[in-house]
Write a protein that binds this ligand. Structure first.
Ligand code: S3P
Length: 166
C-alpha cells in the first residue's frame, strides 16, 4: 500500500477522523481533516457557519478546503460527509485512493444521535439520515476505490480493513 494520499469519505459519525488518525499513525504519515480546515478559515464552528451564513457558504468553504488539501497533502485526508455533493470535488477525486466508510442507519443514529453540532441531523436524526443517504450513497460509491463497512467493527478493525483493501 503506497498511495501518497488516502482520502476517507462517508457519512458523518462513521468514524472518518478516528480511523484516519489510526491509519496515519500506522502508516507513519500525517492526518488532515477538511472540516478542521473550514473551521480554521472561518474562525468559527461548523454549526455557526450554517446558522450565520447558510449551507451554500459552508459548501463553498468546504470545496476550497478539499481542493487545497488534495493539492497539498500527503498522508490521510478525511472529507466532511457532504463534500462529495460537489461535482468538481468528485472529478478531483477520480484516480485517488478514495475509501468509502459505510454504516447502516441504526448504527448511525446510535453514533450520531441528537448531536446538534451536526446541523443536518438536528431535527429528526433517523428521517434526516435516511434522506441524506438516499441522496448521497451513490455519490460515495462513485468516487470510492474501495468500500469498507464499519458496522460492528472497532476503529482499529476498520483501519486494518482499509489497509487490507488498498
Ligand atoms: C456534513 C458533515 C460534517 C460537516 C457538516 C456537514 C454533511 O462532517 O462537514 O456538518 O453534510 O454530511 P463530518 O462528516 O466530518 O461529521
Amino acid at each position: 500500500m503506497s498511495a501518497p494520499l488516502i482520502v476517507l469519505v462517508g457519512p458523518m459519525g462513521v468514524g472518518k477522523s478516528t480511523v484516519g488518525e489510526l491509519l496515519a499513525a500506522r502508516l507513519g504519515t500525517s492526518y488532515r481533516d477538511t472540516d478542521a480546515d473550514v473551521v480554521a478559515t472561518a474562525g468559527k464552528p461548523i454549526a455557526e457557519i450554517f446558522y450565520d451564513e447558510g449551507e451554500d457558504r459552508f459548501r463553498e468553504l468546504e470545496r476550497r478546503a478539499v481542493h487545497d488539501a488534495v493539492a497539498e497533502h500527503t498522508g490521510v485526508l478525511s472529507l466532511g460527509g457532504g463534500a462529495v455533493l460537489d461535482e468538481t470535488t468528485r472529478a478531483l477525486l477520480a484516480g485517488q485512493a478514495v475509501v468509502y466508510l459505510s454504516m447502516d442507519v441504526d448504527e448511525a443514529v446510535k453514533r450520531v444521535g441528537l448531536n446538534t453540532a451536526r446541523p443536518l441531523l438536528a431535527v429528526n436524526p433517523r428521517r434526516q439520515w435516511r434522506e441524506l443517504m438516499e441522496a448521497r450513497r451513490h455519490l460515495y460509491t462513485d468516487v470510492a476505490r474501495v468500500v469498507v463497512a464499519t458496522d460492528e467493527r472497532t476503529p482499529e478493525e476498520v483501519a486494518q480493513a482499509v489497509l487490507d483493501a488498498l
